[in-house]
Every structure is written in structure tokens, then in C-alpha cells.
Design a protein around this ligand. Structure first.
Ligand code: ADP
Ligand code: MG
Length: 140
């Protein structure tokens, strides 16, 4: 597998509880490098666009309100097989189903407030990275 880049968000429940360092450490321990990072606050329109794929799901409004409730940290992670590795370190969407040692098992509060986002495929990784970062902001 080649070196890949993927997009990651440290979500409001985690920034609120001052967990950014502990979460970044999990990525670094797994061999992923942070090659771009910033702390931002999403607008409602940005949250709705970012999660547009879920717009017909019953949890969509709740999800968007949650994503704008506190600052988030957006980042690009780089490494061998980074897209799959990031999803592995994150753990299952529902923390009750997440494996031991994963971020969501250790830190998530619920299926909605689950501490991290990670791209699910090369196409979404490329789109999500480009939405938040210019090429000049990514330094490998
Ligand atoms: P993942 O973040 O693991 O890729 P999804 O893409 O399925 O998961 O969902 C996006 C986000 O929507 C989840 O991370 C979570 O914050 C929220 N979410 C998913 N399912 C539910 C649910 N049943 N109830 C509330 N929020 C949910
Ligand atoms: Mg997803």
C-alpha cells in the first residue's frame, strides 16, 4: 500500500473536554503524521454541506447542530494506508461497538458525539482535504 493522505476532524465533544492532545497522540502512535491542522468553527451552512450525504437521515439536524456547537480541529493525516488506518484508530461509529484502544471506545460520548471524523475512501479524502485546506497549507 502506498503513502496516502486522509482528512480528519476532532469533533466538538472532544475539543470541549480538552482532549485534542490525547486524540492526536493516538494517530501519531499508529504511524500517522499530522501534515496540516487548524482549529476552526464551522458555520451551519458548512456543516450541512460537509455532511450532505446524510441529509435525509433522521439525525442530520442534530448532527449539524452538534458540529457547530464548539470549535473543531480539522487536519490532514499522512501515512501508509492512511485512510483505512485512520478508520481503524477511530473505531466503530457507535462507541458501544468500538474495539478496545480505539479513540471512540476511549473518548466518545455517544453514537452522535463520537469525537472524530475520518474520510471513508480516496475520493472523499481528496474532496474533504480540498474543502478545508489549500495545497500551501499541507506540509509533509
Ligand atoms: P462515521 O463518522 O463513522 O463515518 P457515518 O458517516 O455513518 O459514521 O455518520 C456520520 C456521523 O453522523 C457519525 O460520526 C455521527 O456523529 C453521526 N451519526 C451517525 N449515526 C448516528 C445516529 N444513529 N444517531 C446520531 N448521530 C449519528
Ligand atoms: Mg462517514
Amino acid at each position: 500500500m502506498a503513502i496516502q493522505r486522509t482528512f480528519s476532524i476532532i469533533k466538538p465533544d472532544a475539543t470541549k473536554r480538552n482532549l485534542t492532545g490525547k486524540i492526536i497522540a493516538k494517530f501519531e502512535e499508529a504511524g500517522l503524521r499530522v501534515v496540516a491542522q487548524k482549529r476552526i468553527r464551522l458555520t451551519l451552512a458548512q456543516a450541512q454541506e460537509f455532511y450532505g450525504v446524510h441529509k435525509d437521515r433522521p439525525f442530520f439536524d442534530e448532527l449539524c447542530e452538534f458540529m457547530i456547537s464548539e470549535p473543531i480541529v480539522v487536519q490532514v493525516l499522512e501515512g501508509e494506508d492512511a485512510i483505512a488506518k485512520n478508520r481503524e484508530v477511530m473505531g466503530a461509529t457507535n462507541p458501544a461497538e468500538a474495539a478496545d484502544g480505539t479513540i471512540r471506545k476511549e473518548f466518545a460520548l455517544s453514537i452522535g458525539e463520537n469525537s472524530v471524523h475520518g474520510s471513508d475512501a480516496p475520493e472523499t479524502a481528496a474532496e474533504e482535504i480540498a474543502y478545508f485546506f489549500s495545497g500551501l497549507e499541507i506540509v509533509g
